[in-house]
Design a protein around this ligand. Sequence first.
Ligand code: SF4
Length: 269
Amino acid sequence: MLPLNERHMSAMALRTYLSCPLRFRYRYLDNLYWSRQWGSAPEEQKALERGQNFHLMARRYYAGVDPAQVADPVEQSELEAWIQLLAGFLPRTADRAFHPELELRLNRPDLRLMAKFVLVVVDSDGRATIFDWKTEKRMPRKSYLLKSPQTLVYRYMLCAAGGQYSPRGRFKPDEIEMIYWNPLYPSRWERLPYSEAQFQKDAEYLRSLTAQILRTPREAFLATSEMNICRHCEYQMICHGRRAEQIDTEEEEALYEATLSWEDLPELP
Ligand code: SF4
């Protein structure tokens, strides 16, 4: 694997670092990849699989091909109902450019980032909407989504690296918004507009955060003191000698909301 300074940071990598630097080290420096679902309860694995199948069918729908049979008949009919709701919420029309699974990379000397979008829709007037689907039993809170590294990285990256998809060669921040949608709450979505001021703030924050990660010596990626984060961590067996507990999204959200703050950089080790 490439050294860290030659790799592109993703929203997931930043989120991992912000929640626990040691977890980041295990995953991205030591290349110890353990799925968080390893050993998880069957219903949790089922929910994860359903979400992945929904993403696959949605991608096919926006790519203009048949969503296909991806699951057993009972689950397939539920997924098809979700796709119908999605098509009602955001129909695939000829007057907009649909870019499912769009991947962007930013290669700047002071910032190497990557983002893989679920869907970006571009209008002929140059406005762009980043869509992301959630399939958890409850819709994440707006306050959580606003703090999420996914929102941070996606909106920033479309402005900084997505110019080739704009009819004018560059997206201005106020031409961009991000929408989170969940088929279980089809008429309630979270819309997060962007602005020039936020873009500048995000650029500075992302540069500072990645610089901090890159200059941290391996032994200085310290463990979080927040045991509630450990409870859901796949490396708990190494740190605390026990398996991760089942993930409760509401609890996890509250936790991350309380501990993640990309308004301020975390304390330097
Ligand atoms: S178990 Fe806790 S301290 Fe260890 S890597 Fe995971 S979050 Fe960090």
